[in-house]
Design a protein around this ligand. Structure first.
Ligand SMILES: Nc1ncnc2c1ncn2[C@@H]1O[C@H](COP(=O)(O)OP(=O)(O)OP(=O)(O)O)[C@@H](O)[C@H]1O
Ligand SMILES: [Mg+2]
Length: 459
């Protein structure tokens, strides 16, 4: 069973068992009340029987019964009950009363009252029968006296006793419910205060909530604070990223404006030609920066681009190397590819994984001087896809090897017109794909080796 409110759930689990207890209690108090009413009725019946029995006597050798008025008056309780009696000699002769008043099957020993319940003239009745020795007639002579009374007074008494108990219990239940309700309201107040505090919070206010409260709430507040901290860090990272991106875009855009103005003013065709080709190169660089920023926001480990899709790294690398063939040729760099001839499939977005290779091969070609060599090798090793890109350029000194992965970081004095995003993009993509990337020295202690390990796709 699902109840929306915590208070409702608690009340349910307290009040339902309590109501069950009360129900059982009402039943037992009904039985008690009936026992009491039976007892009182029986006592009165017994007194009546005894007083009738005591008035039987022997007159002129015959047993005679008399009914003293007090024997019937004691039933006069104002409830309009009917009293019936039957006095019988032990040879079965009716001495007084009604011959059809029911008698018990077994008469029992003398002077022992027998109580029983029986319908008489279609009304339920309670009766007492008693065998009684007749005064002055010797011990062997006895009479049977039966007195029965309808149950109006009996039932009224039962109801009265039972209702009193029921009302007491109902009052107790109401008081208990009220007290539990108050207790719950007070107990849940800190939770509601926390809710209000969270609702009132300004979006930019990331101060942790106070943990000085009930021990049960502390873990919740700690979790909330922890969550806010992570969101805060995420927001800060995004804010920095946007600020950096805007800053990085400002320079090439300003340059574009300058180059455009220069081209406009240029008198000679040759000057204009030169200005326009510079403008075109700068435009392409800016466009690359923008596309890199887009890739970065796509590869963000927490963004929606999870490890979807499958990519054959061998085929992807071959395509990327084809694209770079002309560049390598232009800078007289030997571009090599080593692979086993079989596809190596990893889980991950093909566009992002391609972008990863593009950035690494672009770096290797860009920072390796003319005449150098760049080798890309791909192999499946120990259940991983291992990609190594080695060049024999200047390499990256160990103290810079962590920083180069930061966004917009370039080693001071690096030539060319990069924006320092390439390796940051590589790391984001590799981590999104569940792999690792490390930097090391290239062969013969020269150049750079970028070592990437990615999990293999399931077959
Ligand atoms: N193969 C390499 N050999 C030597 N230095 C490298 C190599 N790859 C990267 N670096 C150094 O690491 C720095 C960061 O590289 P990264 O690719 O992140 O940025 P970038 O190449 O400067 O710009 P972008 O790739 O965004 O156009 C570079 O500025 C460069 O100094
Ligand atoms: Mg680069």
């Amino acid at each position: 069973m699902k109840i929306e409110s915590l208070k409702g759930t608690l009340l349910f689990w307290v009040l339902v068992p309590l109501a069950a207890v009360v129900a059982v209690n009402l039943w037992t108090s009904y039985l008690n009340a009936r026992g009491t009413a039976d007892l009182v009725t029986d006592r009165t019946l017994e007194a009546s029987v005894r007083s009738i029995a005591e008035y039987t006597s022997v007159e002129q050798g015959m047993i005679a019964a008399q009914i003293p008025p007090s024997a019937l008056e004691m039933f006069n309780t104002g409830h309009g009950d009917h009293v019936y009696y039957r006095v019988e000699s032990d040879d079965g002769r009716l001495l007084a009363g009604y011959a059809d008043v029911p008698v018990p099957k077994d008469r029992g020993p003398q002077s022992q009252p027998i109580a029983y319940q029986h319908d008489f003239r279609s009304q339920p009745m309670r009766l007492i029968a008693m065998e009684y020795p007749v005064v002055g007639a010797g011990p062997a002579v006895s009479v049977l006296v039966v007195v029965g009374v309808t149950l109006k007074a009996h039932n009224a008494m039962l109801l009265n006793i039972w209702l009193t108990a029921a009302i007491q219990q109902f009052v107790l239940l109401v008081i208990a419910g009220g007290m539990i309700g108050t207790g719950l309201t007070r107990g849940l107040a800190p939770l509601l205060r926390l809710r209000d505090a969270v609702l009132r919070r300004d979006d930019s206010d990331m101060k942790p909530f106070s943990e000085s409260t009930q021990s049960e709430l502390r873990p919740l507040i700690a979790a909330l604070n922890n969550y806010m901290l992570r969101v805060h860090e995420q927001m800060e990272a995004q804010r920095r990223f946007i600020a950096n991106a805007a800053h990085q875009l400002k320079t090439p855009l300003a340059l574009l404006a300058t180059q455009a103005a220069f081209a406009q003013r240029a008198g000679a065709d040759r000057d204009r030609e030169e200005a326009l080709s510079a403008l075109q190169a700068n435009t392409m660089m800016t466009a690359r920066l923008v596309s890199q920023l887009l890739v970065l926001s796509r590869a963000e480990p927490r963004s929606g681009a999870r490890r979807s899709g499958r990519t054959d790294m061998v085929e992807t690398a071959r395509a990327v190397l084809d694209d770079f063939a002309a560049t390598a040729l232009k800078s007289s760099i030997e571009l090599g590819f080593e692979e086993g001839g079989t596809p190596i499939v990893v889980p991950g977005d093909p566009v992002l994984l391609r972008e990863m290779l593009v950035n690494l091969i672009d770096n290797a070609l860009r920072y390796t001087p003319a005449g150098g060599s760049v080798t890309v090798s791909i192999a499946a090793e120990e259940g991983l896809c291992r990609i190594v890109i080695v060049d024999d350029g200047p390499g990256i000194p160990p103290e810079e090897q962590t920083r180069v992965f930061e966004r917009f970081y370039r080693i001071p004095g690096s030539g060319g017109d990069g924006s320092g995003l390439g390796l940051a993009i590589v790391r984001e993509i590799v981590e999104t794909a569940g792999g690792t990337v490390t930097l090391a020295e290239g062969a013969n202690g020269r150049g750079l080796a970028v070592d990437i390990r990615l999990p293999l796709a399931e077959l």
